[in-house]
Design a binder for this molecule. Structure first.
Ligand code: FES
Length: 95
């Protein structure tokens, strides 16, 4: 099962392969911005991938639009649209 590390909270959780970063955070009590409740609309769930980008799903169309309109950096993803298939470390500016 993939592990998600939340930096700098130093919390690590195991999730089912294919679950989203958004669910990994919310189910485990990690605060993550959202006004659309994970529908890939608001872009508030932006996270930075510290390690393990290769273990994530490719961006879907809705995510690609948010990445452009939200000026996402090379290592940033929309957590509610990003599925995890291997170990990854993520962070935000507010943790
Ligand atoms: S929670 Fe709104 S885009 Fe992810």
């Amino acid at each position: 099962m993939p592990k998600v590390r939340f930096v700098p909270l130093d919390k690590v959780v195991e999730i089912k392969s294919g679950e989203t970063l958004f669910k990994a955070a919310r189910v485990n009590g990690i605060p993550l911005g959202s006004s659309c409740r994970g529908d890939c609309v608001c872009g508030w769930c932006k996270v930075e991938i510290v390690k393990g980008m290769e273990n994530l799903s490719q961006p879907e169309e809705c995510e690609k639009k948010l990445m452009v309109s939200g000026n996402y950096g090379e290592h940033e993803r929309v957590a509610c649209s990003t599925r995890v298939f291997g170990d990854v470390s993520i962070t935000t500016g507010y943790w």
